[in-house]
Design a protein around this ligand. Structure first.
Ligand code: CTP
Length: 401
């Protein structure tokens, strides 16, 4: 999905081994539709060549204030005027100090001080350099000046030490840039989302689950966080990475998901039930593995119904605005409308067509008091953004229309 279509980003590299990560970041940004103009300090060119970044960005790379390719010889003005944002990755100790004190002694630092667009800085350095009071003072000064400081991450470092100072992974920097540009439809709202399947154990090695991958719920959590919400994602067993800026709580069973959802939903503004919750669980979970019998008689299980999480949250006296999903094999419009009334929720999203478990695309229709809104078939990331926009307009007291 072209999440950054039309965006022009100046990507500035300063000296540090994390320069190698910026090759991947450049790729992610250009794949998402952004125009990426790379500018490098002299030190950065010691770690990765301008040729590599030119090939990945598809544009000439600038390294010098005195580059004769710029007709008026003012690259510090020309390059920054076109930009929607400048991203410095990796940002070295020295470059952070320069920014904090307003030095302008090479192209990149001059570009930053001459900018009329937001500046995002992604630090990368040894843990002692990051913890040094001078660096902390400089980073705080940047924050106070309205610069976004992304990271750093903690973990093993190229120097062999372990601690704070690693550059965020390229995917995390990419997500933070997408989030930075996203319209803030849910600014200041608290959102709780359930996602994925549940797993209902039968014995220590077996259980009942379903084919839900969690992709739609995770995409909605990401879109809500990008829109400025404080998001709690209650996830059944999935193989997905936690979206940028989302707080995740992993659960296994429907009962655990129910308890976690009720604990978080009081006082929240919005609850979205995306999880494919198992309707039943076995009444008595065996503590030992159930063995085959000598005569081949299969085991018989007694089932009990699981709690309906969405209906329980919808019943809360100070409950959030509730959104449910409906997977119906037939007569979607009638069944979804009936389910909306039965679960007592203001808005229900129906999956159009056969189950889309595990796929990257989906087609949905929205059922609410205004009738039916059909969205075009799209990838789940695009759909999630459209759904969050639609839902934000329906929240009580919404300023969006
Ligand atoms: N849901 C829930 N807790 C359950 C079952 C469903 O929170 N125990 C939520 C789902 O997350 C979804 C909505 O209710 O948002 C509808 O789920 P669905 O499986 O379509 O409906 P059911 O209530 O299970 O009814 P049925 O299977 O009979 O259609």
């Amino acid at each position: 999905m072209a999440e950054l279509a039309g965006k022009h980003i100046v990507l500035g590299l300063t000296g540090g081994i994390a320069c190698y990560k910026v090759a991947e970041l450049t790729r992610l940004l250009t794949k998402a539709g952004a125009t990426v103009q790379v500018v490098m300090t002299e030190a950065a060119t010691q770690f990765i060549t301008p040729v590599t970044l030119q090939a990945l960005s598809g544009r000439p790379v600038y390294t010098s204030q005195w580059d004769a390719r710029v007709p008026n010889n003012m690259p510090h003005i020309d390059l920054s005027r076109e930009a929607d944002a400048i991203v410095i990755a990796p940002a070295s100790t020295d470059f952070i100090a320069k920014l904090a004190h307003g030095f302008a002694d090479d192209l990149l630092s001059t570009l930053c001080i001459a900018r009329d667009c937001p500046l995002l800085v992604v630090p990368a350095m040894n843990r002692q350099m990051w913890q040094n009071p001078a660096t902390q003072r400089n980073a705080n000064q940047l924050r106070a000046d309205g610069v976004r400081v992304l990271g750093p991450d903690a973990g093993p470092q190229a120097c062999g030490e372990v601690g704070d100072g690693r550059m965020l992974e390229p995917a995390a920097v990419y997500s933070a840039i997408v989030a930075f540009f996203a319209p803030k439809h849910l600014d200041g709202k608290r959102v709780v989302i359930t996602a994925g399947p549940t797993f209902e154990p039968i014995d220590p090695v077996r259980g009942i689950t379903n084919l839900s991958s969690g992709k739609m719920g995770f995409a909605l959590a990401r879109a809500a966080a990008n829109s400025g919400a404080d998001v709690t994602l209650i996830a059944g067993p999935t193989a997905l990475d936690t979206p940028w800026g989302v707080w995740r709580q992993d659960v296994q069973t429907a009962q655990q998901m129910h308890d976690a959802a009720l604990a978080s939903a009081s006082g929240a503004d919005l609850f979205i039930a995306v999880a494919a919750v198992a309707d039943w669980r076995v009444a008595h979970v065996s503590e030992r593995k159930i063995k085959k019998t000598a005569d081949g008689t299969p085991p018989a299980f007694e089932f009990v119904e699981n709690p309906d999480i969405l209906a329980a949250v919808a019943r809360l006296p100070d409950g959030p605005y509730c959104v449910g999903f409906a997977a119906e094999s037939d007569d979607l419009d009638a069944n979804a409308a009936a389910k909306r009334v039965r679960k007592n929720v203001p808005l229900l999203i129906g999956n159009v067509g056969p189950a889309t478990f595990g796929r990257d695309e989906n087609e949905v229709a929205i059922y609410d008091e205004h009738g039916i809104t059909r969205l075009p078939r799209a990838d789940k990331t695009t759909l999630a953004t459209l759904l969050i926009e639609h839902i934000a307009k329906r929240l009580p007291g919404s300023l969006f229309s």
